[in-house]
Design a protein around this ligand. Structure first.
Ligand SMILES: NC(=O)c1ccc[n+]([C@@H]2O[C@H](COP(=O)([O-])OP(=O)(O)OC[C@H]3O[C@@H](n4cnc5c(N)ncnc54)[C@H](O)[C@@H]3O)[C@@H](O)[C@H]2O)c1
Length: 414
């Protein structure tokens, strides 16, 4: 039985989730972890749950020597140094077959381009991890509606939203380290999801040409005094000084290069969704047909009354970013599968074994970064950004949003 050995760089939230996903993937093990914090704990869990044998490595170079592919599951601000270390390890003889990087590929277009370039220096296949495109619900609606799409034409409008009550670590909230607020963090998912579901069946993921972007960013909850204080106390980030957006929405227009048809993807993201926990909501409207997906419509609900609430286990074991541990609660028993993590690992490993890029590669991640950054530009300038304009394309190459520069007050508090 062939066993493909994965190595994780980072042992935080997503690395733990991906280790859980690995329980549902055949013939792939978590063989090594390198992280500044949490590596021992993650390796122990991997060994206990049968996804190992897993060892902790003191640096990226050692990790790369002992695995078939590495996955960057570390924070956004560490991408370039880690990619350089992977490249150096490959040049020194590490026999990797592929490199994986979590969303977003870069905090700016320049950073995402640099990741693409360094990956190019290794000559290795890449996989950009955008899990929502791999979600079984998204793939199933496309399969089910294929005859309708063939008969009636593709979707004209897609809407995609990812919302929760706010991230778990301080660096996400700090726009200078994360690359912005919720638009950089979760807008990249929703924009990618819109683009993907709008794409006619059988066409490549970048077939539809992005034409223009309009967007708004706002600070609706976490800039208010009591919430600002809570953020400062809990996460050490001061939104009085360096705010980021906790709400973003916008529309990306795409052109079908064969028919000239214009279709639209509307994204909505927030860190102020104070309901049960993470909600992914997507829908698509075609001529005479439609789909709708809502991750909070689980077939399992539980109820915990006040008298029993003291005995509750970890609420987040029921649902990512859950906000309550009593009342009527939604449970998603297999989130790693629901959100597409299982499928994205399977896809990357199958591709790497054949010497190919994953379904989504770093070059695709760069295109998503361009759309996210164009959305920041649109919101900052209060105009629709024409993506076909050469001047805009050039500006985007060196653009860093005011929010990511730590100057969010100029945009969000005017
Ligand atoms: N696809 C998704 O749904 C999803 C969900 C959460 C996070 N993410 C992405 O995954 C990445 C990590 O997020 P997270 O939530 O796991 O963060 P986290 O803060 O929970 O964990 C980060 C981990 O990286 C380690 N680390 C930090 N700097 C490092 C370095 N220089 N070298 C080695 N290890 C280092 C930390 O010690 C920690 O173990 C981010 O890019 C984030 O956008 C994706």
């Amino acid at each position: 039985m062939s066993n493909f050995k994965l190595g994780f760089i980072g042992a935080g939230f997503i690395a733990k989730f991906q280790a859980r996903a690995l329980r549902g993937v055949r013939d792939v093990s978590l063989a090594g972890v390198h992280a500044l914090k949490g590596a021992e704990e993650l390796a122990a869990t991997a060994n206990e749950t049968g996804v190992g044998p897993c060892k902790v490595y003191p640096d990226v170079a050692e990790l790369c020597k002992h695995v078939d592919a590495v996955a960057i599951f570390a924070p956004n601000y560490a991408r370039i140094e880690l990619m350089e270390q992977i490249r150096d390890a490959v040049k020194a003889g590490a026999g990797l077959k592929g490199i994986i990087c979590e969303k977003p590929l870069g905090r700016t277009v320049a950073e995402a381009q640099r990741l693409v370039d360094i990956a190019g220096e290794t000559g290795l296949p890449t996989a950009y991890f955008e899990n929502q495109i791999h979600m079984k619900g998204i793939r199933a609606q496309m399969q089910q509606l294929l005859p309708q799409q063939r008969a009636m034409g593709p979707l004209g409008l897609a809407r995609s939203a990812e919302e929760h009550s706010g991230p778990h670590e301080g660096w996400f909230w700090d726009p200078t380290r994360q690359g912005g607020g919720v638009l950089c963090d979760m807008g990249c998912h929703s924009i990618a999801c819109c683009w993907f579901v709008l794409t006619p069946a059988g066409k490549p993921v970048t077939f539809l040409e992005p034409v223009d972007v309009s967007a708004e960013t706002a600070l609706l909850k976490w800039g208010l005094p009591p919430w600002r204080k809570r953020l400062l106390d809990r996460m050490g980030v001061d939104y009085g000084k360096t705010p980021a957006e906790d709400f973003a929405t916008g529309i990306v227009s795409f052109r079908n290069p064969e028919t000239g048809q214009i279709v639209k993807g509307q994204f909505t993201n927030s860190w102020m969704y104070d309901k049960q926990g993470l909600r992914l909501m997507m829908d698509g409207l075609g001529p005479g047909y439609a789909f709708e997906f809502n991750s909070l419509q689980s077939s399992l609900q539980i109820f915990i009354g006040d008298d029993a609430a003291e005995a509750v286990a970890d609420a987040e074991a029921a649902l990512e970013k859950s906000t309550a541990s009593r009342g009527l609660l939604i449970v998603e028993p297999n989130e790693a599968d629901l959100y597409g993590y299982v499928d994205e690992i399977e896809d990357a490993v199958a591709a790497f074994k054949q010497g190919k890029d994953g379904f989504l590669n770093f070059a695709y991640g760069l295109e998503i970064t361009k759309l996210c950054q164009a959305a920041y530009m649109a919101a900052e300038r209060g105009v629709r950004i024409d993506l076909t304009d050469k001047k805009i394309q050039n500006e985007l190459k060196t653009y860093t949003s005011l929010i990511a520069q730590g100057r969010g007050a100029e945009v969000l508090m005017k």
